[in-house]
Design a protein around this ligand. Structure first.
Ligand code: HEM
Length: 495
């Protein structure tokens, strides 16, 4: 007799073998399946429901657990408890993604990498949800779905479409700075262990005395930065579409733990008032000469997920997850993101997504006015009142944290007589200054030639009109840039 297995049905009833369904044998083999075969029904029905919506952007990713350790004291800058003392350690979860591709798309493509970190602090979760280049394509959040659609698939052909990509960018040229980054060598990393994570937005650090400074976050790889050639990346995309995911997983499995240094740039409110539009415009960076990097700590990834779906796919990162001592700024993109992520996660993971293991804070949660909803797995606050200002809490409410209240103070930079107006910051000469610096001072000759060849390659199949538009846009960055691009395109006889 076969030994009894320790498998069960979904509600625990013992099973002799999960690999065999029950049938009424018929002549000639095969059999009739009865509806009483709960094993078969459960197995098929659950399979039909095992997909959840993938992230609308950043669907493909690698992820791992780790630890953050404070290496430098910045307690004079922020009240955030996890940043208070040198040597203090905080568990983290990190997810590094491509942006445009679907969940099954190749890793080694030219794209912006997402860089998400969730810090499980004693004051709840704090997330940095950044990218691997310091600037973004647009500064008005209403354009976010459009820029992404132009990078994804054409509505008719369902294939990537270079005309659509360049049509968007030529007509929304505030993206020119991000494009100079994207088509440089960093546009295709050789490993997700060798990329930089930029918080990109301007945030605020609020000190214990309520004073604040504006700040930007940077996570710099201690492995250095490494990039793949376009040819090698194209080859790898076919040979192993999960190349980066596997490379990170294998490194952590063999104990070769990647780490990143956390740095901040800070700006006084008075300096900010002189800084002009670039302050809350994520198509611009802060010059490191005037706002140097200040070291804060080190993040090390040292544990692979035990289960990818449970721990990485179900992770919900959001720029709205902030602890006291770090707050948002009036950057309209940041404000919009603080709505968009939890909204996406309620749709993708359900109303109780915060109860899922990777999203649970390490501190107790007391939110009794958020209860019930699909798939409630907690004790759901038992008998405690479900309405605010009830007799049991009326006398126990503390005042709102001072830092939260302070945080809003400087945001009201409203000019006298201000009325609601269009958010648009028009595209001006200012948009070409920083990409020009990048081209002239940061890129060397080899990088410039590589950039030109990468852009020219991406223009394959693009209409002549649009090619002229692209040459003109980059010609505004630097006439040499436009000329080199035009020459390269002519060389390949495509204009
Ligand atoms: C208005 C602008 C933006 C909107 C509306 C937006 C919206 C979204 C949404 C809906 C998701 C999917 C979230 C999920 O399902 O869990 C997402 C993912 C992501 N976005 Fe954005 N995004 C914006 C701009 C940005 C910017 C500027 C950055 C980088 C600085 C960024 C970095 C990321 C990253 C890294 C992810 C993946 C998060 C993860 O690892 O799960 N996004 N975005």
């Amino acid at each position: 007799m076969k030994p009894a297995s320790n498998f069960t049905l979904g509600e625990g009833q013992p099973l002799s073998d999960p690999a065999v369904s029950t049938t009424l044998p018929t002549f000639g083999g095969g059999g009739l399946v009865p509806l009483q075969d709960t094993l078969l029904l459960e197995t098929l029905a659950h399979f039909n429901r095992e997909r959840i919506p993938e992230r609308v952007v950043h669907a493909k990713a690698a992820g791992a657990w780790g630890e953050f350790e404070v290496t430098h004291d910045i307690s004079h800058l922020t009240a955030a408890k996890f940043l208070q003392s040198v040597g203090k350690k905080t568990p983290v979860l990190c997810r590094i993604s491509t942006t445009g591709g679907e969940k099954g798309s190749p890793d080694t493509v030219r794209d912006i990498r997402g860089f998400s970190v969730k810090f499980y602090t004693e004051e709840g979760n704090h997330d940095i949800v950044g990218n691997h280049v310091p600037v973004f394509f647009v500064r008005d959040p209403v354009k976010f779905p459009s820029v992404n659609r132009s990078h994804k698939k054409h509505p008719q052909s369902n294939t990537a479409d270079a005309n659509m990509f360049w049509d968007f960018h030529v007509h929304n040229p505030e993206s020119v700075h991000a494009l100079v980054h994207l088509f440089g060598s960093r546009g295709i990393p050789d490993s997700v262990r060798r990329i930089t994570g930029f918080g990109v937005h301007t945030f605020k650090l609020v000190a214990p005395d309520g004073s604040f400074k504006y700040c930007k976050f940077h996570l710099r790889s201690l492995q250095g930065v490494g990039n793949a050639s376009t040819d090698e990346a194209t080859r790898l995309a076919g040979v192993n579409p999960d190349f980066h995911t596997q490379e990170l997983f294998d490194a952590i499995s063999r104990g070769d733990y990647p780490s990143w240094g956390l740095y901040i740039q800070v700006m006084d409110p008075e300096q900010a008032e002189r800084h002009g539009l670039a302050m809350f415009d994520i198509t611009k960076v802060w010059n490191h000469k005037y706002f140097p990097l200040i070291p804060v700590g080190k993040m090390t990834l040292n544990k692979n997920p035990a289960n990818y779906f449970a721990e990485i796919e179900q992770a919900a990162f959001s720029p709205s997850n902030m602890v006291p001592g770090i707050t948002s700024s009036p950057d309209p993109m940041l404000q919009a993101r603080m709505f968009a992520y939890p909204d996406a996660q309620r749709y993708r993971l359900g109303a109780n997504y915060q109860h899922l293991p990777p999203n649970q804070p390490i501190v107790p949660v007391k939110a009794p006015y958020q209860r019930d909803g699909a798939a409630t797995t907690t004790s759901n606050y038992g008998a405690t009142p479900s309405y605010v200002h009830n007799g049991s809490t009326r006398h126990g409410i503390r005042s709102v944290s001072a830092s939260t209240a302070q945080a809003v103070r400087h945001d009201e930079w409203l000019r006298g007589g201000t009325t609601l107006g269009l958010n648009e910051i028009p595209d001006t000469e200012d948009d070409y200054v920083q990409p020009r610096e990048l081209w002239r001072r940061v890129f060397d000759d080899a990088e410039r030639r590589l950039w030109v060849s990468n852009v020219a390659g991406s223009l394959d199949g693009v209409s002549d009109d649009l090619k002229r538009g692209v040459i003109e846009m980059f010609g505004r960055v630097d006439s040499e840039m436009g000329n080199m691009l035009a020459a390269k395109i002519r060389e390949t006889a495509r204009l």
